[in-house]
Design a binder for this molecule. Structure first.
Ligand code: DHB
Ligand code: FE
Length: 283
């Protein structure tokens, strides 16, 4: 059966795509952010995943306000990268792991999660940038990412959003699905979103370092800590787009109860966002 090698949760900010395109990794503004990733890449070298289940939110690229699935799973053979309006270059398309996609859809619906299946989907910065940060040498059109993907999309664009408690349970169901997939593949879970940020309104630019760091710590030893909060309370604590932290909650749910922390980084701000990185493996 397939095996989950660990999880990497990371923020995504479109401007990272521009910084990569312009080779700004050593620039003083960007360095503390990019310096977080070599340790994650070192760990990946020994974890050697074949497949990534990437938990992300869409930003108006695949779903708009007229049709908004709460949870969806991509089942496509290939996912083109696209830019929903930030001016960042398209990256290499990602290949889908269709056998796992369909197995996950069966398993998740069997576990009472109402999944929208997407036989066609594009991927925005929430999917392409974590791949580019973790496998930078493959960041060129025409090349191939060294992993196949299954994108799992959680609505954080149009209220109502799924609760943190439900997202945690979705993560647990994803673990059950992956571990019952008849394959010897090594599977990495990526959670892409957050941490605290608010892009518009009176609190535009809002960041809550204390909450972010408490949340990151909780994911190691007390993963259900965050489920005490309603989404309104989470938005109050982390900003309107800070609710993207739900991706980290799903990713943590997909890991075993007991994990060890391999690596973490936290840097504020990149653009309007508090950026975090957390690498976990089974204890
Ligand atoms: C920013 C952050 C995001 O998560 C996003 O999706 C778009 C923009 C930002 O801070 O600029
Ligand atoms: Fe975002």
């Amino acid at each position: 059966m397939a095996h989950i090698v660990g999880s990497i949760s990371t923020s995504h900010v479109p401007a990272i795509g521009g910084a990569i395109a312009r080779n700004l990794q050593q620039d003083p503004y960007w360095k503390p952010f990019f310096d977080g990733y070599p340790a994650a890449r070192d760990w990946l070298e020994q974890a050697r995943p074949d497949v990534v289940v990437i938990i992300h939110n869409d930003h108006g690229l695949n779903f708009f306000l007229d049709k908004m699935p709460t949870f969806s799973v991509g089942t496509a053979a290939e996912y083109e990268t696209a830019d929903e309006g930030w001016g960042i270059p398209a990256l290499t398309p990602a290949q889908g792991e269709q056998d796992l996609s369909w197995h996950m859809v069966e398993s998740l619906v069997g576990d009472d999660f109402d999944i929208t299946t997407c036989q066609e989907a594009q991927i925005d910065h929430a999917v392409s940038l974590p791949l580019a940060l973790l496998w930078p040498e493959h960041n060129a059109r025409g090349g191939q990412w060294p992993v196949k993907i299954v994108p799992v999309c959680i609505n954080t664009v149009q209220a109502p959003y799924p609760s943190a408690a439900r997202c945690y349970r979705l993560g647990q169901a994803i673990r059950k699905a992956v571990e019952s997939w008849d394959s010897d593949a090594r599977v990495l879970i990526i959670g892409s979103g957050g941490l605290s940020h608010q892009l518009d309104g009176e609190r535009a630019g809002f960041i809550n370092k204390e909450f972010d760091l408490t949340f990151m710590d909780s994911l190691v030893d007390a993963p259900e800590w965050v489920t005490q909060y309603t989404n309104e309370q989470l938005i109050e604590q982390t900003g309107t787009q800070g609710i993207e932290l739900l991706m980290w909650v799903v990713a943590r749910g997909a890991m075993p109860d007991s994990v060890s922390k391999v690596h973490a980084n936290y840097h504020i701000p990149i653009s309007n966002t508090a950026t975090g990185l957390l690498v976990l493996e089974s204890a």
